[in-house]
Write a protein that binds this ligand. Sequence first.
Ligand code: NDP
Length: 329
Amino acid sequence: SQKIAVAIIGYGNVGRGVQTALKQNPDMELMGIFSRSPERVKQDVQDVPVYSVDDLQALQKCSVAILCGGSKNDLPVQGPHFAAHISTVDSYDNHSCIPEYFNKMNPIARDNKTVSVISTGWDPGTFSLERVLGNAFLPGTKTYGFYGVSEKGGLSMGHSDALRTIEGVADARQYTHAIPEAIERVRRGENPDLKPEEMHWRECYVVLEDGADAEKIEKEITTMPAYFAPYKTEVHFISAEELKENHAGFPHGGMVIGSGSLGGTNRGTIEYHNTWDSNPAATANILVAHARAAHRLREEEKFGAYTIVDIPPAYFSPKSHDELLAEFL
Ligand code: NDP
């Protein structure tokens, strides 16, 4: 059967990840990369056509576009724009604005006979699905998300960016760590009310500019409102070489836990756990599976917007329904 023709729109960490992920999905074919800065992308990409985002004619040759722009400024504009032309998948991660974004995308996709899967990845994404399942299977259960459960912790792009805004900081990385005692309390079924700073602590690796005042910068970090002030925060000053050597990747991961009543005196706990060597590579693989689902939903003329919780899991898989039942049930 014919391959699903995929476009990548936006070429950063996630865009690069999608390019790599598509290579392990033989039912899909990368038709082109669309960027606001095609000349930049062409320097890195030789084996795939690179287009300007304005090239709608080239885009029409594709079945689904994976939108890999940033959540803050790109997706709120690019999502509604492209949904009018082609089925889309995106990882819009501004949790509190997801209902509004869905309501914007849904009529555009319906009117233009496309399918738009929004806000998928791992959080929002697979973690959202686990929260819904945990809450449905253990009624009334509160589900908790912990991040950076592995030893190195999880690299937070937002917090790393915040460190880099400080005067005298040349470069920086921030790892989020879960607090094990908090995880244990949830596992015990206490359903505790936990403040963010009771669930996570923060570890910063900072490269200083020449002549910068380390003590002053450490104070500025640990007192930064919202980002660091409420949390236990450790600051390590390292060299640029060390940062490059030990902190080049994007490791992340975490878990969703829910503990609640099975009725009567019986209790149950549900845990879902993932560990990623690379956050954008993992996100990319999830986006690619959703592109398959978007393509199928559109073939079935089920136009409109979807999230991960609206799509039957069989739609994500390259396997047939018979194969799924035989192999996985
Ligand atoms: P990047 O900043 O790497 O890329 C975002 C966009 O910026 C690209 O699409 C690209 O657009 C442009 N860009 C990238 N590099 C350059 C450059 N060197 N010069 C100029 N422009 C550049 O973001 P990420 O790929 O890391 O992340 C994208 C989004 O994915 C995040 O905002 C986040 O919200 C989301 N995400 C969601 C997750 C989830 O679980 N739901 C998990 C991880 C990320 P163009 O090619 O058009 O110039």
